[in-house]
Design a protein around this ligand. Structure first.
Ligand SMILES: *Cc1c(COP(=O)(O)O)cnc(C)c1O
Length: 446
C-alpha cells in the first residue's frame, strides 16, 4: 500500500520463485481464479490462504467471461483477450484485485484512504471501478474537462457510488497531473487525509499480471504441443511486459523465449531494446493513447535485474536519467536481447493491421492490440508459439477501428446507452486549492 519504498525506489520481491514441470502439470486444469491464487501465494505470506482465495475470487467474478482471460486462435497467432473486465481494458485485471486488497487491509485496522489521481482517459475508469462502493475508501479522479472522449468521460462519471468523485479540471491533463503531484507533495495534507495512489508502480498490480502469462503457457501448450512461447506486448509504462519478465523467470528455462516489446511512435523502449539507448523524446499523440508515454514508470524495476540486482547502481542510473533524460546502456545489449526483441509500429501500420486482420479472420483488433500484432507478425519464428496480448476492447476505440475497416465494432452491454446515463461530476478551475477544499469536504466515511 505504500507505493514507493522509503528511499524513493520501487519495491520488488526478494526472490522470484521457480516453478517446475510437476507443479505446472497440477495447475493445467485450474480455473483462472484458482491459478491466480496459486501464483500469488508464491509471493504473499501475510494474508491467510482462505482470505486470499476470497479476494481473488471476488476480483475475477467481475469479469464477463468464464475463463476471465480467454485465448482465441487466428492463423498462427494466439490472442489473449484481457478486456473482459468492467472497463473493457487489461488494467481491470490488476486493479480489480488491488481494490479488494486495499479494502481488506483497511478493514483490518479500521483504516481509511482517499485515493487521488489524474487521468488522460483510460486509467481513471479502471481505478474507479476498482474501488466503487468499497468501505474505507474514497476516490478522487481528475480529468481534463472536455478533453477526454465522450465514452471515456461517461465510463467515469456514470459511476454514482457515494465514494466516487470525478473532478473535471478546466485545463489539460498535465495541469491535472501537476495539481495531484503538488497535493501529494504537501505532506501535512497528505497525512491528514490519508492520501493514497493507485498507480502503475504498485507491485501488486505487476503480480496480478504475472498470472495471465502463466495461464497462457498452460493453455497454449494444450492447444499445440510446442516447447517455447513468445509474447507480443503493447507497451507504455513497461508494467505489463515487466510482469512477463517475472513470469519468464518463474517458468522452466526456455519456456517463455522472448518478449516482443511493441511500441507506437513513442519508441523510447524500442530504442532501448535495439540499441541500449534509453533517451527521452517528445510525447507524440497516436491512435493508441494508453501507450503515449516516454518515461516508463516500471523501467527502474528491470534496471535492477539488468544490473545484476544491484540497488546502488540502479539508483545511480535512475538519478542520471532524471538529470540528463538519457541513459547509455549498450554495454548490456547481450543481456537485454536474451529477454526482449522490440518493434516500433507507425500509425499507418496500425490501421493496415486492423484492416488486414479483419479481412482475413473477421476479428477486430483495437489499436493498442494492433500495435502488438503488427510487431508479432514481424517477429514470428517457426516452431515458437506467439501469444499477442489484446489489451482493450475495440469498442473503446470505435472511431479508429471504423476508419480502418469501414464499420464500427459491436457495442458490448457495458457501453450500450452509456452516453444517456445519469452522470455526476464536479467541474473546477485548474487550481490545487480548490481541489484540496473539495477533498477536505468529502473526506468522511459513514
Ligand atoms: C495501459 C495500457 C497499455 C500499456 O501497458 P503498460 O503496462 O503501461 O506498458 C496498453 N494497452 C492498453 C489498452 C492500456 O490501457
Amino acid at each position: 500500500m505504500m507505493g514507493l519504498a522509503e528511499d524513493g525506489g520501487l519495491l520488488l520481491p526478494r526472490t522470484i520463485p521457480r516453478l517446475d514441470g510437476a507443479t505446472l502439470a497440477l495447475w493445467r486444469d485450474k480455473s483462472y481464479p484458482d491459478l491466480a491464487f496459486e501464483v500469488m501465494s508464491r509471493f504473499i505470506d501475510d494474508i491467510p490462504a482462505s482470505d486470499l482465495r476470497a479476494l481473488v475470487n471476488a476480483s475475477y467474478a467481475a469479469f464477463d467471461h468464464t475463463e476471465v482471460t480467454p485465448l482465441v486462435h487466428y492463423g498462427d497467432l494466439h490472442i489473449l483477450e484481457l478486456f473482459h473486465g468492467p472497463t473493457l481494458a487489461f488494467k481491470d485485471i490488476a486493479l480489480q484485485f488491488l481494490g479488494n486488497l486495499f479494502e481488506y487491509f483497511l478493514k483490518k485496522d479500521n483504516g481509511r484512504m482517499n485515493i487521488l489521481g489524474a487521468t488522460s482517459g483510460d486509467t481513471g475508469s479502471a481505478a474507479i471501478y476498482a474501488v466503487r462502493g468499497k468501505a474505507g475508501i474514497n476516490i478522487f479522479i481528475l480529468h481534463p474537462h472536455g478533453r477526454v472522449s465522450p465514452v471515456q468521460e461517461k465510463q467515469m462519471t456514470t459511476v454514482l457510488d457515494e465514494n466516487v468523485h470525478n473532478i473535471a479540471i478546466r485545463g489539460s491533463f498535465d495541469d491535472g497531473q501537476a495539481i495531484v503531484k503538488g497535493i501529494f507533495g504537501d505532506l501535512d495534507f497528505k497525512n491528514a487525509h490519508h492520501l493514497g495512489a493507485i498507480n502503475s508502480i504498485n507491485w501488486a498490480r505487476v503480480l496480478a499480471q504475472v498470472v495471465y502469462y502463466i495461464w497462457s503457457c498452460l493453455h497454449v501448450q494444450s492447444h499445440e504441443s510446442l516447447g517455447a512461447i513468445d509474447f507480443a506486448v503493447p507497451t507504455g509504462n513497461f508494467g505489463d511486459i515487466f510482469a512477463g519478465f517475472i513470469a519468464k523467470r518463474m517458468m522452466p528455462e526456455g519456456m517463455i523465449r522472448r518478449l516482443v516489446l511493441a511500441t507506437n511512435a513513442n519508441d523510447i523502449l524500442a530504442r532501448f531494446v535495439r540499441k541500449g539507448d534509453y533517451s527521452l523524446a517528445q510525447v507524440t499523440q497516436t491512435s493508441s493513447p494508453s501507450m503515449d508515454i516516454q518515461s516508463a514508470s516500471n523501467f527502474e524495476r528491470y534496471l535492477y535485474y539488468l544490473t545484476d540486482s544491484d540497488p546502488k547502481r540502479t539508483k545511480d542510473l535512475m538519478a542520471e536519467f532524471a538529470d540528463k533524460g538519457r541513459l547509455e546502456l549498450s554495454g548490456y545489449l547481450d543481456q537485454i536481447k536474451r529477454d526482449f526483441v522490440a518493434e516500433a509500429v507507425d500509425e499507418e501500420t496500425v490501421k493496415a493491421t486492423i484492416s488486414g486482420f479483419y479481412q482475413e479472420h473477421k476479428y477486430i483488433l483495437d489499436p493498442h492490440t494492433a500495435v502488438g500484432v503488427a510487431a508479432a507478425l514481424r517477429q514470428q519464428k517457426p516452431g515458437v508459439a506467439m501469444v499477442c496480448l489484446a489489451t482493450a476492447h475495440p469498442a473503446k476505440f470505435a472511431a479508429v477501428v471504423e476508419e480502418a475497416i469501414g464499420k464500427a465494432p459491436d457495442v458490448p452491454p457495458s457501453l450500450a446507452g452509456i452516453l444517456e446515463r445519469q452522470a455526476r461530476c464536479q467541474v473546477m478551475d485548474a487550481d490545487a486549492a480548490l481541489v484540496k477544499a473539495f477533498i477536505e469536504s468529502h473526506d468522511q466515511h459513514p
